[in-house]
Design a protein. Sequence first.
Lengths: 77, 544
Amino acid sequence: MISRKATRIELNIEDIEEYEQLKREQTQEYNQMLRMNAQTTPKEGMNIEKKLPLVNTSNPSNTNTKSPSTAQRIGFD
Amino acid sequence: MDIDKLKVQLCKLVTDSLDRHSYSASIFYCDKLLQLSTPNPSKEYSDNIYLYCDCLFRDKQYQRTSFLLQKYIEQPNSIVYKKHIYLAGRAKLELQNWENVLKILGDDDQQMLQYYNIVDNQQQQQQNDTNQSINISSMISLLRAKAFEGLDNLKKAKYWYIKSLKQDYKNHESFESLVNNHILNYTEELELISLLNFSAQDKWLEELYSTLLKKKDNKKRFINIDCGDQSINQSLINIILKDDKYYNNKTCLMVNLSSMYELGMKNELHYQCHQLIDSQIQPAIAWYGIACYYHLIQNIDMTQKAFTKSTTYDSKLGASWLGFGHYFANKGEHDQAMSAYRTASRLLTGLHLPLLCIGMELIGIHNFNLAEQYLQQALDICPYDPLIYNELGVIAYKAHDFKQAIQFFLKALDIANFNQQQSSNNNSNSNSNILFKSNNTSSSIIKSQFPTLFNAAYEPTLFNLAHCYRKCRQFNEALKYYQIAHTLSPGNSSIYSALGFTHHLQGNFDEAIDYYHQSLSIRDDNFTNTLLNKALSLSLLKFE
């Protein structure tokens, strides 16, 4: 008798939620650490990146180089 | 002229003609012998009418055989032996006239004794026993079983097959029908063997019967025939066919065709099917082989036509219905697949595969509760098929019970590994090189780390197990199993994606990006693209 192939669980777009969840947890942990130890030395910061790799450690939107939006330029914002 | 001398001469001529397969001659002489016999009722007439009908039967004149015998046995003054009734029934059976078989034989022995004036032939019975010939009552029960099977009444067929064997365990035809048609499950088969009370001098037969049983303790057969190493099956069958090119044992043919399908031997399968069609011996099996061939080369229309033809020739060929189910499932036609699997399940009552396939089909449509019920039933019949545990693991995974899923997948791999070791022990020539085809460094490392053998068929189980470990955040374990799966299926893009995803979750962005790229080079998909973007952003900008 010819056999049927075993059911294979395929990765799908919903599995990204697993990544988002881990990222949220790491961000929460990171924020907690920041609150507890407000003055973090650069060396410690490096360790955090290794320990909590999914955390956003920089935010390009907060940098000064960002040009103001049209609303900001016309004083509407 | 001395009539008695002539009768003796005619009798000898009939026997000689039968021995030389000259049936028309035997019919001619036997007809003259019957004319010279003392008129009915007499033992001589009774014996000669049987001999005459026997000649007709051998000449394939079934209608005439049954008509003459029925006419004879229904006369109130006839001396009827069970052999007359049996031959009349057998002739009707050859005509596939199931109702009339039962009409001649009666629903049971009691009814048969009431119908006919059967001579008590205990003396003949004792003579049979000493001659080691098969009990005629057992043969009559076999006819009833076959008639009920023809009428699709499988419960009664099963009852009469078992009764036939109980009446005489030497009746191999009954045993063969029970085992080859998968009417009994393993427990029932064992129970039957213990009920048969083989005499001391027939212990050899008990041992032969036991080797033909399936599953459980008799794992060797389970491995080789039902779902094991097809290359071993193929080499064994080649040895048989080398000696006997037109060997047409049903089991052997089915295993031959199925193993060629599993091994992807397109040309060999094509040639074998042509041979079978030319020989015209088992058209249903030949068309089953053709369907397998077209299924293998992905010719959808021809596959359906061939399966239809096979099931038309023999609507009781369970393997064809099962294959038909696979074909529909492959096409995504759930209802038709379920219908085909249900038919297979009705025919193959002692086999777990139809129930397993129904379970798999139900998993496909996310009906997990019902799927689990079917899988449990399959497990009750055969607790040694790793595929069942894989499916149960999938259900546990879908229910987010990852620890339970891990248990099921590990159990599946444990059985698969055992089977594989048994196979390699049985055939020392087939070593791990067959299983680990990839020659690159990573696979050789894995090979040295995990000396256990897995067949490529278990790649989905390994892949599923790795998912569970990933979900449990045991990333190193997950990577280990993804790597084994990768060695079994090297060009599979989803394994690259999964490897990349696991590295990504661990924060190894470089490896993750590398795997995502490899996956996308094989097949473009949303999941990998999204994750690649995220990995690149985090790796370069430290922001996503």
